[in-house]
Design a protein around this ligand. Structure first.
Ligand code: G3H
Ligand code: 13P
Ligand code: ZN
Length: 311
């Protein structure tokens, strides 16, 4: 089976009240950990690549790793550009074999966001590729862009119909309180997503797939292991998984997870070195790290996304 777009996945997810996991990939072990979990659980999958990942690993290497995963798993896999920052980046991924791109012009004024998104949609649709766009801004860090909590803003539901009809985008990322990275909420506060905003967006866009970025849960056992073995991550807090499960049962069809995989990999490698200080064969520490990613993704598929046995 070749790489697929997310169209069919989202239709089934919307109707079935579950979501597809979109996991960021940067190297072979990450691709293998994610796709082995999805294969065991017969789950559809979105593998996403950021601008930073392309700069780190190179477009062709990532493309070939994902093609290898398609051959090895036989699963429907969509290859998606995460946070495309310009028409040129999106075009390069479309021309280079991706089946889905995100154009993230959410920090631009509304009219400009529409204009850039529309241009990407026209090119993408001409090439059989689907487009995710974003309205509202998330706090946190992605690539070299950092948005402070004060500059973040929830999506304005009254804008979504005009945005979707004028751009022709295939899915829409919205801001309802999630943010990128491991420090999503202030320690001592109760994390709470704005389900009222999600409900109003869904009411205005019936049947339309909604995307949640910044959806890592930052499991405290992994933070504790990182801190135990020489790390320093006090106050790392994520999105409660029961709230993600609720979003997945609503119109949210794609949930983006990256930080939790980083935490799993880093906690495992830190622990490995603490226990095996003399080892220096990368396979010795990357093997348990790959397994930790696999376990994390399996947990997300079954307990958060609900997309097991939906491939
Ligand atoms: O939303 C951002 C993703 O976590 C990707 O992060 O830009 O550091 O690759 P990155
Ligand atoms: P996290 O940092 O919460 O994993 O979010 C990842 C993301 O949104 C990628 O686009
Ligand atoms: Zn994101």
């Amino acid at each position: 089976m070749p790489l697929v777009t997310s169209t069919e996945m989202f239709k089934k997810a919307y109707d079935g009240g579950y979501a597809i996991g979109a996991f960021n990939v940067n190297n072979m072990e990450i691709v293998q950990g994610i796709t082995e979990a999805a294969k065991d659980l017969n789950a559809p999958l979105i593998l996403q690549v950021s601008k930073g990942a392309r700069a780190y690993a190179n477009h062709t290497y990532l493309m070939k790793l994902v093609e290898a995963a398609v051959i090895e798993t036989g699963l429907p896999i969509c290859l998606h550009l995460d946070h495309g920052d310009s028409f040129e980046t999106c075009k390069s991924c479309i021309d280079g074999g991706f089946t889905s791109v995100m154009i993230d012009a959410s920090s631009k004024p509304f009219a400009e966001n529409i204009e850039i998104t529309k241009k990407v949609v026209e090119y993408a649709h001409d090439h059989g590729v689907v487009v995710e766009a974003e309205l509202g801004t998330l706090a946190g860090i992605e690539d070299e862009v950092q948005v402070s909590a004060e500059d973040s803003s929830y999506t304005r539901p009254e804008e979504v119909e005009e945005f979707v009809s004028k751009t022709g985008c295939d899915s829409l990322a919205i801001a309802i309180g999630t943010s990128h990275g491991a420090y999503k909420f202030k320690p001592g506060t109760k994390p709470q997503l704005r389900f009222d905003v999600l409900e109003e967006v869904s009411r205005r866009l019936p049947g339309f797939p909604i995307v949640l970025h910044g959806s890592s849960s930052v499991p405290q056992d992994f933070v504790a292991r990182i801190n135990k073995f020489g790390g320093n991550m006090p106050g790392a807090i994520g999105v409660p998984e029961d709230q993600l499960r609720k979003a997945a049962s609503m119109s949210v069809c794609k949930i983006n997870i990256d930080s939790d995989l980083r935490l799993a990999m880093t906690a495992t490698i830190r622990e490995y070195f603490a226990e095996h200080p003399a080892d220096f064969d990368p396979r010795q520490y990357l093997k348990p790290a790959r397994q930790a990613i696999k376990d994390m993704v399996a947990h997300k598929i079954v307990d958060v996304l609900g997309c097991d046995n939906k491939a």
